[in-house]
Write a new protein. Sequence first.
Length: 397
Amino acid sequence: MKEIFLMKLGEVVLKGANKRQFESKLRANVRRRMKPYGEFDVYLMQSTVYVEPMNDEADVEGAWEACKSIFGIVSICRCRPCEKNLDSIFEAVEEYLGADLDCAKSFKVESKRSDKQFPLTSIGISQEIGGRLAEAHPGCSVDVHHPEYTVYVEIRDLAAYVHGPAEPGAGGLPTGVGGRAMCLLSGGIDSPVAAYMIAKRGVEIECVNFFSYPYTSQLAKDKVLELARLVTRYSGRMTVNIVSFTEIQEAIRDNCPEEYFTLIMRRFMMEISQRIAKHDGCGALITGENLGQVASQTMEAMTVTGAVVDLPIFMPLVGMDKEEIVTIARKIGTLETSILPYEDCCTVFTPRHPKTKPSIGQVEHAERTLDREALIERALENIERVSIKYGETDAFI
Ligand code: ATP
Ligand code: MG
């Protein structure tokens, strides 16, 4: 049975002069995302991306699931294409949606005619098809106000399409139209959600993770790579830079006042992340920081940790409640992995009484005995870069 997907564009349609660039990016993204599922023809017309399987070998179910995580799309539906005449449309609805109608108590037909050559108006099409369907399904009556089921008929340029209710798309903007940003990815709940939220705005994501072997284990590293892999379902391929942080953390422990440990450590994280970001063409940093969540996430602490970088720092979760963050983590499928109990390097050498209202002067004084530049350079020399693509790597067992 021939079936194709119609994916309606979201904000992309509003973008005036950039519209073309946005659309071609989106089309390329959809083509790439369909590749693992067989041969699909992907074309874009009338603010809609059409995804059409080219043969019976195509994995339509796999492709359909993948479509739900493509940014730039507001709604998606599976349709049956047919010829642009009432008999073919009726036949297509009967074959394709007849079983659904038999299960419903009431229905209506909603039509849209973007091909103005078609002789009937939208209302005329709905009345005609609705009348025929009501006769064919005596148990299901027409109810135009509160129908249990809606049949959609769209008369477009190439063909007519019939379908049932659409599903929501992933929203946002097509990946790649908003540049690239570097996410500081820990193994927690917040940072994968932060990466997802910025990716949703059309931004390509790269990640950096600080890893303190032997204080943190291989399992902790695998967990971070698995989180990155889960995010790639939305963001597309990404590189994760694993930075060994042991020497820096030990230097802080041995040379700095305890109450400043976390702040100084976070300043190193920001600075190292920015250097990798600039080298790789990223225009911003992303963190999962959230105002007031922990001692290092007060305004004063953010001032101190942000002071060592000049790229903008995106903190998409800054004003959210934990429950709201957890809801998104659950929706995008990262929560279960995030709550696995492996330690993060932030939990190594944590101060008993962290400074919550630091000033830049105090922190600079507290870290003055460290050779920052030498420590940063050595950390940069030993980066492990892991390339991750959804569906390819199973980093975590
Ligand atoms: P998360 O749930 O993302 O771990 P958190 O609430 O535990 O966040 P912190 O541990 O204070 O908060 O970290 C704040 C942010 O700093 C994280 O959201 C993340 O962006 C970054 N970060 C923390 N630890 C690491 C790490 N080991 N590697 C890379 N980035 C990190
Ligand atoms: Mg954390």
